[in-house]
Write a protein that binds this ligand. Sequence first.
Ligand code: SF4
Length: 382
Amino acid sequence: MAVRRSAAVGDGELLSTYPFLPGAERLVAAFAPSLKDLIEDPALSRARELGRARIRSAVEDPTGATGVEELALATPEERFLSFLYARLLLSAPRSGAAIRRWAVAEAKRGSARLNAADVEEIREVARRLGFAVEVHGPAVDLPIPEYLRLATPIREAGFRLVHQAVAHGSVRVDRERAARLLQEAVRLRLGEPIALGDDVRTRLLDAEADFLEEILKRVPTPTSRTGGVGPLLPDKFPPCIRKMRRVLEAGENLSHAGRFALAAFLHRAGADAETIVDAYRGAPDFDEGITRYQVEHITHRDEGRGYSPPECATLRSHGLCVRDGDPNAAAAVDRGRDALCFEDRLRHPLQYYRIKGGRPVDDLSPEAPGGGSRPGVGGKAA
Ligand code: SF4
């Protein structure tokens, strides 16, 4: 739905278009339903149905490209309540992966509208989200600290500060780039579960047990599948994996074999799909939709166990082991910290991670057969 408005846009219309804005609850002030009403009142069943549709759409297409058709016919109140219900529902099971997946889709949906809005509307949305922006003709100025806060997780090379127009403590960005930054702000905001009281959580889990079971099955996490996996500890990753991440963050190309190895390793180390996709954002050919598809293919295999990451010998044969792959890379390795890799004791990068204190999914099963035909990941060229 294209939205083009001036600064005179009505408050109600703005809030129903962007239900994540603080103050959107004013849309339902006239009848002020309680959370219990929202979960159980038959009169609000349509809002709940739309809330579930928002979640289903995010699970089926986290890029947000697929709209929720029913929302176009919904009232502003229903749009807000369905948004709130979806957020509550995904906060109940304490599954970070599911709510982050939904946050991406909702942020994209809002961004599609912002992309078609004028700079005054972008300024108004940014202001309500707490960002001190100024409009200058067709561009927007953002204080450097706020720019960095939003641009740092994006990782696309074009968003690095060195590529921006900086003057008097602000970064000047065009309308499209401002919309992309706000998309990131919304993703971060919605990706955090709401703190629920025990009563509300129990009511939600009881009322939506079947729906949540279906959704969580479709957005699995390593912990939900295997147990025993610990928190992700990137500073304990082996040097080959650290180097792969640095290459992508620098906007350089990583080989097909390296992209596959990185995704499979991160999955076994306990990273959820969003974290894995984020690792590829700096790739020169990064395409979010393609990357998500490829990451899902790698991680959903074998009931969510995913492909096994390649062993050291395989990485060595692809020139990805820092020990003897690239002769120049060996100099960059901290031989004290990474002595393990030079002692001929390691068979697998996950072994390094475990010895250093990481708790990956507890298996080192053989790699998938057919090393040359593993799926690619990260972009069009993969
Ligand atoms: S020895 Fe294994 S873990 Fe260490 S850098 Fe080489 S491939 Fe990676």
